[in-house]
Design a protein around this ligand. Sequence first.
Ligand code: CP
Length: 323
Amino acid sequence: MTAVLGKDLVGLEYLSPDQIRLILDTAEPFKEVSERPIKKVPALRGKTIVNLFFEASTRTRISFEFAEKRLSADTVNVAASGSAVQKGETLVDTAKNLEAMRIDMVVIRHPSSGAAQFLGDRIRSNVVSAGDGKHEHPTQALLDLLTIRDTHGRIAGLKVCLVGDILHSRVARSNIWGLLKLGAEVGVCGPATLMPRGIEELGVCRFRRIEEAIEWADVLNVLRLQLERMERGFIPSLREYYRVFGVTQERLERAPRQLTIMHPGPMNRGVEIDSRVADGSHSVILAQVTNGVAVRMAALYLLAGGRPELADAAKGPAGGANE
Ligand code: CP
């Protein structure tokens, strides 16, 4: 059967609203699997998945690995350090050699924008992006969408503002595509030096002051300042950034409504977000992490040709769809 998502998942730009909704709906029955004493279902038994992480990651790498193991797939982890990449082997040669060992899927995180698509176009296995350069981080946006839907009961009509380093953020790009496709209003707020030129053309509204964004939004998704991607001085200092754009308790107390607070992690506490906000009662930051496993289970299941209407049965320990 042809997978309903196509062969690869490299960005939300390339998915229809129905495909995005399908992944979120398919994640619902998988949430419960992680709450069981034995967190394992047979949905991907016999499938082999390689996790190629060429850039640092905690949440995404571990979450994909949990998702794969909970679906009973066999997994292998490859990092750039310690692999033949260090000897100059190309990405495609690495992947083709892995394919020669009869793998089914590759999950890839790579510092270069477009690396996931590049690989997907050259190998037969399904390719799932775990974040490529400044391009997209599709499963992060999917877990963000699921968390917003869980918290508010809907996505359409909500006002969601992405705050901070929009320029370097693949999370921002994927969120913008996903939120707009599902009918949210999207805002962006950050220093002019960290705002891509012409961002409004994507259909988002831009706020120059954090106070205006807080007054407008139902949800703030606070982004990490990606200091490792900044070759030159984009901001005067971290202290200055926090003073002007920091999401602080004092600023939120002046908001006309309670805002849901999100952050994809890793957080720079005291730089883009106040610890009292990150750990406060309106923060759903850890719920995002929890949802990451279910969303990745859903994406892997659908890419492998799993039938959405059987996702509920597929989570059963016996008699599952792929038993
Ligand atoms: N949100 C996210 O991508 O975190 P990691 O870099 O830890 O995977």
